[in-house]
Write a protein of this length. Structure first.
Length: 228
């Protein structure tokens, strides 16, 4: 996402998360229930809510070329529907990631994200997209919730180095004046070529400049998990 490239890494054994049924509704973006001033906010953010499973499937080169060649949202919708009907790609988070790009800023974007969270075995990338969607809508507390869920899920299946939500969390921690968290998240970032574009960097910096104490607790809690 956002033009970021990563180094190739040797495959590592990946455990499967035992997270249970989501305790926070997928429809969080439709309401204002996440109260960043509430002590419960930090506990909710730091508790795994979306079952995460290993996903060995990937798009083949021919299919990826078809996706890259798409020039309209309607065309992407049709192609995503075709791929979702193919057992090789049904519930594949990568398909939802491409489809979300076609609908950024619209209600359809949120519908696609919700479909992905309900149907994809691997969810941490879709959770990242949910956080970014909330960021663009000026909802910092909701964005932090989804990013926290994203990196927690990625850590649980041994894919923390691929958790691009850390890119946002680094900028958020810096804006919140949490230097220890910046360093901790940087441990994950060292394995990535990170380049958030200026638009998203500026937006995170602005929205996270005045965090509540429970939001700080979330960032510190995530940092402690990275450092073990």
């Amino acid at each position: 996402m956002f033009g970021r490239f990563k180094r190739n890494r040797a495959a590592q054994p990946r455990p499967v998360s035992t997270a249970g049924v989501p305790r926070w509704p997928l429809e969080a973006w439709r309401r204002q229930d996440l109260d960043p001033d509430s002590p419960e906010y930090a506990a909710v953010c730091l508790t795994p809510a979306f079952p995460e499973h290993d996903e060995p499937r990937m798009l083949d080169d021919a299919t990826l070329r078809r996706i890259v060649a798409v020039r309209s949202a309607a065309e992407m919708d049709r192609l995503a529907g075709e791929l979702s009907a193919d057992e090789r790609y049904a519930g594949l988070d990568t398909v939802y990631g491409w489809l979300v790009r076609a609908y950024v800023g619209t209600d359809r974007e949120l519908e696609v994200i919700e479909e992905g969270l309900r149907g994809c075995p691997r969810k941490y990338g879709v959770l990242d997209l949910a956080g970014t969607a909330m960021l663009r809508r000026g909802r910092a507390a909701d964005a932090l919730y989804y990013w926290a869920q994203s990196v927690t899920n990625a850590e649980s299946v041994g894919e923390a180095d691929d958790a691009t939500a850390y890119d946002f969390l680094i900028v958020a921690a810096r804006a919140m004046a949490e230097p220890a968290a910046v360093l901790a998240f940087g441990v994950r970032a060292e394995t990535q070529y990170i380049a958030l574009d200026d638009e998203h960097t500026d937006l995170v910096s602005r929205l996270f400049r005045r965090p509540t104490e429970p939001m700080r607790v979330v960032v510190r809690g995530l940092a402690e998990r990275v450092l073990g």
